[in-house]
Design a protein around this ligand. Sequence first.
Ligand code: EPU
Length: 350
Amino acid sequence: MKISENISLGPLNSFGVDGRARRLVEWESAAELARVDFSEPWMALGGGNNVLFTTDYDGTLVKSVARGIAVTGETAETVRVRAEAGVDWDDFVAWCVERGFWGVENLSAIPGTVGAAPIQNIGAYGAEVGDVVVAVECFCVETGGVLTLAREHCGFGYRSSVFKGVLRGRVVVTAVEFGLSKEPRPNLKYAVLAERVAKISSPPAPPAGETTTPQESGLLVQIRGAVMEIRSGKLPDVRVLGNAGSFFKNPAVSAEMGRLLAERYPAMPVYPTGEGGSKLSAGWLIEAAGWRGRSVGRVGIHRDQALVVVNLGGATGEEIVEFARRVQDDVRAKFGVDLEPEVNVLPQAR
Ligand code: EPU
């Protein structure tokens, strides 16, 4: 376990916001966590890809540097894989794809760590990590013990879980167990992905009289490649422009509100949620409000994806929050819809 005092926050958050934290603890096991003083303010940090510090952090940041990945069980068709919290998420996806294990390929190239993935139930291109989680292992800061939560107890929802709810500030995720498939399970329900995969995988026509069989392990690699291409075309590289991916969640509204909006704005995407409500697209709303590519001072909205707030260089966390507020106010004034940040803004309002 490595303990550093008075450290710079800059390298620890993808927004590239400056500041300092009182202490950083880099841990490898629950036994090490048991030696940390959790009576003072503390926070678990993964890759710092979904957090915005608006002040110095007067507490302890606990960050996993445990990087083990292992197969923990298998049948002819399925495999269980356990990955420790500090594994880079995309290294984990690459590891699975290399071995022909299906289930996380649509989540390729999402920045962050395995330990952070279940907390906000990362999702993209028709998949969510909660779909393939078997169990989440945690260290409980209240009892000093370890606990394993089966998927059924993780309360996974759209960008949410029990770890953001009743267990917030009470447990540290130490490892995640995944249930993956050795049989092909292409998830191509997201139309843009299906089109991109078709482009990559359409083989040249076979010579007359011959037939070809699809190369299934090839398809897994192709889906990962297609996801990476789509993402890199829309989402800014944090090494170039500080950002935290989608800044806002796609808002959920009542079915009635969804119907009224669809009537008034025929181009607005409005999807049924399956729970009797409607889901809107925050990116569309922000773009329609005229914010795509616009900036105020050192903060802006990315030109290729309106959900992404970018640090144009040297912005403070306060400036970013202030900018996000303007966007929220404008969208509320124009469409009557509230945008809720997806990013964890610190310190949290009480
Ligand atoms: N749209 C716009 N303008 C924009 C962005 C989107 O009009 O600038 C419209 C699109 O035309 C489309 C709809 O909004 O009709 C949905 O857009 P898209 O499929 O690009 O996805 P998204 O809703 O903007 C969500 C996730 C992303 C994820 C993509 C792909 C959230 C908050 N964001 O974005 O996740 O990669 O779907 O599945 O749910 C992240 O969480 O950090 C993230 C990048």
